[in-house]
Design a binder for this molecule. Sequence first.
Ligand code: ADP
Ligand code: MG
Length: 159
Amino acid sequence: PPFPIQLSGPVQRGFGRGGKDLGCPTANLPDESLPAMSTVTKTGVYYGFAQITPRANADHALSKEETSVLPMVMSLGWNPFYKNERMTAEIHILHEFKSDFYGYDMKALVLGYIRPELDYTSREALVDDINMDKQVALNSLDRPAYQTYTSDPFFASNT
Ligand code: ADP
Ligand code: MG
């Protein structure tokens, strides 16, 4: 099995579409970080852990909790901007952040697949599914075998 898959890079600005309106902001990873996903390429929703790398002298510092290893859901899709020849990965971290963290380094450990991409006829159906994805992610990541990944050497120690 291909998991765990390691992704990392500075958080990019997206088109600001949807994310925050749907109560589900998604932090974009740079294109250069995505070849690691070529072992799966299946589009859809994944789950795992993510960490925003703590940074000294930032204009707005993140709290210790905000830079800990946190559960995440990730949407992987083909990017229409690149004629669907490149993928995009967007990560929603299951934590309430006090501020944005564009430009911060983000690390993600992808641990499993939840579901394929679906077409939604209503916004409610989409939001319902996102909430279900979050629940699936939390339930899975709660298991001891997955909890050990929170102290994986891939993540920065934050003590
Ligand atoms: P964009 O199109 O720029 O990705 P979004 O509406 O999807 O816009 O918002 C994403 C941004 O929101 C992230 O880059 C990050 O700075 C911020 N953000 C705040 N809270 C979260 C969170 N829990 N998960 C992911 N991003 C978050
Ligand atoms: Mg986004």
